[in-house]
Design a protein around this ligand. Structure first.
Ligand SMILES: [Zn+2]
Length: 283
């Protein structure tokens, strides 16, 4: 599965949405769909995870956010208290096609941003929704606020024997392992974040850090930036705080550990899975 490297399915209609009449007209389009998202990011879906709900009632620009057009269908998002028949992204992402995966990820990300941004981060005044849901305008200082993502790196570290480094976080269930990841901090480049996170968590020095692909990961608003790197050393010293244990796996060792049920890996809809599978040759 590779849903991240090509163009998206969603036309966000940057120019049309500047006209306030246009999102309102989209609401009454017979082909329009509405994706309800509840306060914990569960998505209202129909039978077979279909996105089949139609907009109903009066269009309210403060509650109904236009994601854009997907195959010419207007797609709206609404934040609701609860969804009667809902599914979380971890359940939905591996179960639906590329188009629906993109729509539900974008819907959850946008709904989360609106829910957590009622006030201006600069002056504290109330904000109102404009441009069909892609901007919040501050009524105090007049600044516009846009949906943001928090960059985080995730990295497959390989040693000179082409073994893969996997770590286990203290908060994970027993046997769960993955490649290392962490948030980019203020003033840091992505590559610096890769070096720092791997150094902090395992004590390893890296060479040859290479970018691979990215994935939106709205839990609640991360952008995962995937890398492959080579270790200049092999001795691991885990920090014992975030990473409880870590070890090197050859392909044969990982196959044996997974088949024996000793190790469980990230779900297939994640970029962690893709980076591991790219090295492993198995998905
Ligand atoms: Zn303000």
């Amino acid at each position: 599965m590779d849903t991240w490297s090509g163009p998206g399915h969603l036309d966000r209609c940057e120019h049309q949405r500047a006209d306030p009449a246009w999102p309102a007209a989209c609401w009454t389009d017979p082909a329009a769909i509405l994706i309800p998202v509840d306060s914990v990011g569960r998505v209202g879906v129909g039978e077979g995870f279909a996105l089949s709900e139609r907009p109903a009632g009066e269009y309210d620009p403060q509650r109904h956010y236009l994601l854009g057009l997907s195959r010419r269908r207007p797609v709206f998002v609404e934040s609701v208290d609860a969804v009667p028949a809902g599914a979380g992204l971890r359940e939905l992402m591996p179960a639906v096609d590329d188009e629906r995966r993109e729509l539900v990820v974008a819907a959850v990300a946008l709904a989360s941003w609106h829910r957590t941004s009622p006030h201006c981060g600069l002056c504290g005044a109330a904000t109102v929704v404009t441009t069909g849901g892609m901007v919040r305008h501050c009524l105090g200082c007049g600044r516009d606020r846009f949906p943001r993502s928090d960059p985080a790196i995730i990295v497959a570290v390989l040693d000179a024997d082409d073994r893969l480094l996997l770590g286990h976080q203290a908060v994970w269930p027993q046997g769960r392992m993955s490649i290392l990841a962490g948030f980019v901090t203020a003033g840091e480049s992505l590559e610096q974040a890769v070096h720092r996170e791997v150094g902090e968590e395992t004590g390893l020095l890296l060479s040859d850090v290479r970018y691979v692909a990215s994935q939106s990961w709205p839990f609640p608003r991360s952008l995962m930036l995937g890398f492959v790197a080579h270790a200049a050393s092999t001795e691991i010293q885990v920090d014992g705080v975030e990473i409880e244990s870590a070890r090197w796996f050859s392909r044969e060792e990982l196959t044996g550990a997974v088949d024996a049920g000793e190790v469980s890996l990230p779900g297939e809809a994640s970029i962690a899975h893709r980076l591991i599978a790219d090295w492993w040759g198995r998905s």
